[in-house]
Design a protein around this ligand. Structure first.
Ligand SMILES: Nc1ncnc2c1ncn2[C@@H]1O[C@H](COP(=O)(O)OP(=O)(O)OP(=O)(O)O)[C@@H](O)[C@H]1O
Length: 578
């Protein structure tokens, strides 16, 4: 395509020696002017060159695309790929499985989190490692793909973060696992194995989740199972509910054969701090079920969110609906002046409008309607294996529709502590567990000396009646050296079973029955953690002091003497309640 231009002398050119250029000047290609260049590029011979180029380019690109499609298809047929939402249980199983793999333990690029999760992979002796208390979780880095082997198959694991459009930069994490196999069954096998290993590793724990953002569940804790012996109720109450729930869970066929919806709901009501929540945690541990806590007064909860929450519950679990009355009362009061509940971390809620008083603090309550709640209760029951526990401190304000059998079948009333409970609480509090034996014997001399100085105000612990003091000489002038509350000590008391039983009898004689909640009594004993003798000696004064404190109407009502824990089957309720 080189263009050569011939130089011939033009007749118009002057014929002096300068006008005609020497041949040497006309030999090389002359620079093209723009129009000439365009003309040349569009000339017939250039056109074919262009066409050839285009064809070759199209062929190469077509081939590249086909090969990549074939490769993709090949990969798809060779790999099984699964993607999990990071909040999903299956992601937890896989993360646990992955955490045991060498590739992950030796990875140099990982993310560490202390929020949520269950992977305790700090080493073999986690229990003795203080860091384990922080529940450190290793997560795959979003920038890396990890590879491992499972039953002879190569797998890769990666984590991806996707920012959801329109949700103010809210990012969702996904876990992707790819297995080099043609059989999807292997993935199921891996998931089964991972779930099994996860369950074994966490069998001493129960998962606790709460409703978050209105319509999703978030796991907030893996709690150590609470042994039945740690919840002291009147004889037979815990066993009754536990046996009932066990019996129910094993009766699926009976219900199916008769076409009766397979569902069971329990209503626990009565005095705050009497052990309702503790009993539910114990039952969850005994049945091996996770707990999903649903508070109807949670901000932003309405009928639609409630429905969505119920739809996202796992098949088999315990749903704990706290303060089930609270959503339907005009105002909700924090019972802040009730001496019965002051020492109790869960502040009680008096629900009737008359109870609110001046000290009451208005709280935002949910927008759940009664029919929305009834639908939710029916939704909870729609899956076999789900058990509903509802709690309330205000039984009388519940709508009869809630109480009818099929929704809340068994109603258990909790009372203030009976003499039996007081005695048992004292014994359990001061009797050593086998793991504490060694520590307790090293405290022997200290406790013996406590025994000889009963009644005197000891300095190694403080009580709610005798607030914590620091050494006044070390305090700057003008600063109080007396603090309400009690100082914690890790030491434990060292009583033999007989000593504990004798002291428990004396303690139970002093504490009037059905007057204090178990939470309050536990709070009192905490102040005498290492001084059981002083706890007994000073109990009478404490009772007098408590009685002098002016109770709220709600507390006064609760302090009326009562019988043993009352159990009512829903079908034994008065007509109006069914
Ligand atoms: N019956 C009990 N046996 C042993 N401990 C108890 C008992 N009742 C209460 N406690 C202790 O008191 C504290 C509060 O108990 P819990 O939360 O179970 O009471 P609750 O009846 O659910 O109260 P609320 O109605 O205010 O939620 C816990 O630390 C628990 O260990």
């Amino acid at each position: 395509m080189n263009a050569t231009v011939a130089t011939t002398a033009s007749p118009s050119e002057p014929s002096n020696g300068f006008a005609s250029r020497p041949a040497a000047f006309s030999d090389g290609p002359l620079p093209l002017s723009l129009p000439r260049m365009v003309f040349t590029l569009l000339s017939a011979s250039a056109f074919w060159d262009w066409a050839r180029l285009l064809l070759i380019g199209a062929l190469v690109e077509g081939l590249r695309r086909s090969l990549s499609k074939i490769w993709e298809k090949l990969c798809q047929s060779l790999w099984v790929t699964a993607t999990f939402d990071f909040d999903d249980d299956a992601a937890d199983w896989l993360m646990h499985w992955l955490s045991k793999k060498k590739v992950f333990q030796t990875a140099r690029d990982i993310e560490v989190s202390t929020r949520g999760g269950t992977i305790d992979d700090l080493g073999e002796n986690d229990d003795s490692d203080q860091e384990a208390e922080y529940n450190v979780v290793f997560l795959p880095s979003t920038s890396q793909t990890y590879s491992a082997w499972y039953k002879g198959h190569y797998i890769t694991i990666s984590r991806d973060r996707v920012t959801t459009a329109g949700s103010y930069g809210h990012a969702e994490d996904y876990l992707q696992i790819r297995m080099l196999t043609r059989s999807p069954a292997l993935l199921r096998e891996l998931l089964r194995d991972a779930r099994k290993a996860y369950k074994v590793a966490n069998e001493h724990l129960i998962e606790v989740s709460v409703a978050e953002d209105g319509d999703r569940w978030r796991r907030v804790a893996m709690q150590t199972k609470r042994p039945p012996s740690s919840v002291i109720l009147d004889p037979g109450v815990l066993e009754l509910v536990l046996d009932d729930a066990r019996d129910f869970l094993s009766s699926k066929k009976w219900y199916a054969d008769r076409g009766i919806p397979f569902r069971r709901g329990y209503l626990l009501h009565g005095a705050p701090g009497a052990g309702k929540t503790s009993m539910i945690h114990t039952i969850a541990g005994e049945l091996g079920l996770s707990i999903y806590i649903l508070s109807l007064t949670v901000m932003g909860l309405d009928d639609n969110n409630l429905k969505s929450l119920i739809a996202h519950l796992p098949k088999s679990c315990i749903v704990l609906m706290e303060d089930v009355d609270a959503a339907f009362t005009r105002s909700i009061k924090r019972d802040i002046v009730d001496p019965e509940t002051q020492s109790h971390t869960h502040q009680s809620r008096a629900s009737s409008p008359e109870d609110t008083g001046d000290s009451g603090k208005e709280t935002q309550f949910g927008r759940v309607t009664l029919s929305g709640l009834l639908n939710a209760l029916d939704g909870i029951a729609a899956h076999e294996g789900r058990i509903l526990f509802a709690t309330t401190n205000s039984y009388g304000s519940l709508d009869p529709a809630l109480l009818r059998p099929g929704r809340l079948d068994l109603h258990i009333e909790f009372h203030l502590a009976s003499t039996y409970q007081v005695k048992e609480l004292f014994k359990r509090f001061y009797t050593c567990t086998p793991s504490e034996e060694g520590e307790a014997s090293s405290n022997r001399s200290a406790d013996d000396s406590e025994k000889t100085q009963t009644g005197s105000s000891s300095t190694n612990a403080t009580s709610s009646a005798s607030p914590s003091r620091s050494d006044a000489s070390t305090m700057p002038e003008g600063i109080s050296s007396v603090y309400p509350g009690s100082v914690h000590t890790s030491r434990v008391a060292n009583l033999s079973a007989t000593q504990a039983a004798d002291l428990a009898d004396r303690f139970a004689e002093i504490i009037p029955a059905r007057t204090f909640s178990m939470a309050t009594l536990q709070g009192y004993l905490m102040a005498y953690k290492t001084r059981p003798y002083a706890a007994v000696e000073e109990a009478a004064a404490w009772v007098q002091k408590k009685k002098k404190e002016k109770p709220t109407p709600a507390a006064a009502a609760r302090m009326e003497p009562n019988g043993a824990a009352t159990v009512a089957e829903a079908d034994e309720l008065p007509e109006s309640a069914t």
